[in-house]
Design a protein around this ligand. Structure first.
Ligand code: 13P
Length: 252
């Protein structure tokens, strides 16, 4: 059985005070939730403070990126071990903003995914097509290329410990959410790709989140799809109420 997983990607938002308040506001309300994994991913510089604020609660903490090397002369970069050291359990890798604004390639994402596993972090690996790719009928091919490139060389065990996030780029921060049918179709395709490359048992155990304009009022329908196991939430994760409203959309 796959456990639903809802995570907030705070991107480059919040400040020290509001980050702690937001995390505490969520952590305070989830003490009775046992069937869902929950996490927030603050900017690097607030991870430590947020981790301390929610220590002992059911709210996990993740980072939004990392570097693949374990340490050394890599100015400005942060390693998987450093993230673990400040309380991270998860790391988002290959987010579309990193791919399209910062030029991150599948090969770079793949190095990070391996480094995350080696250190013991759970990578949340994002894939998703651009609007023009969808309109040109290339969605499946784009997703397949990202899947094969970003996840190359994982063992069965590592694949089962990897979270995928399907985030159509045209739905991120635009208010244009994929329909439940559009999202389900890609999630089912992703699961078939996992089954093809690994096996059915691995495919059935991998958690695949949907991301892109998830809000309290569309969460239940998206999360009700058979292959949608959770959500990676941007804008609506910046207020405790709306994040919790999305969590409420997960079936008990
Ligand atoms: P929005 O929920 O703001 O569309 O962002 C989605 C996202 O990019 C999560 O990683």
């Amino acid at each position: 059985m796959r456990r639903p997983f809802i995570a907030g990607n705070w991107k480059m938002h919040t400040d020290r005070v509001s980050a702690i308040a937001l995390a505490e506001g969520i952590a305070d309300q989830i003490a009775d939730i046992a069937h869902i994994d929950l996490a927030v991913c603050p900017p690097y510089v607030y991870i430590d403070a947020v981790g301390r604020a929610v220590a002992g609660s059911k709210l996990g903490v993740g980072a939004q990126n990392m570097y693949h090397e374990a340490g050394g002369a890599y100015t400005g970069e942060v390693s998987a071990t450093m993230l673990l050291d400040v309380g991270c359990k998860y790391v988002i890798l290959g987010h579309s903003e990193r791919r399209h604004i910062l030029g991150e390639t599948d090969a770079a994402v793949n190095r990070k995914v391996h480094a995350a596993h080696q250190a013991g972090l759970v990578p949340v690996v994002c894939v998703g097509e651009l609007l023009e790719e969808r309109e040109a009928g290339q969605t499946l091919q784009v997703i397949r290329t990202q899947f094969e490139g970003s996840l190359a060389g994982l063992s069965d065990h590592q694949m089962t410990k990897t979270v995928l996030a399907y985030e159509p780029v045209w739905a991120i921060g635009t208010g244009k959410v994929a329909t439940p049918e559009q999202a389900q179709e890609v999630h089912a395709d992703l699961r078939k790709m996992i089954a093809g490359q690994y096996n059915t048992q691995v495919a059935e155990s991998v958690v695949i989140q949907y991301g892109g304009s998830v809000k309290p009022d569309n969460a239940a329908e998206l999360l009700g799809q058979p292959d949608i196991d959770g959500a990676l939430v941007g804008g609506a994760s910046l207020k405790a109420d709306s994040f919790l409203g999305i969590v409420a959309g997960v079936k008990a």
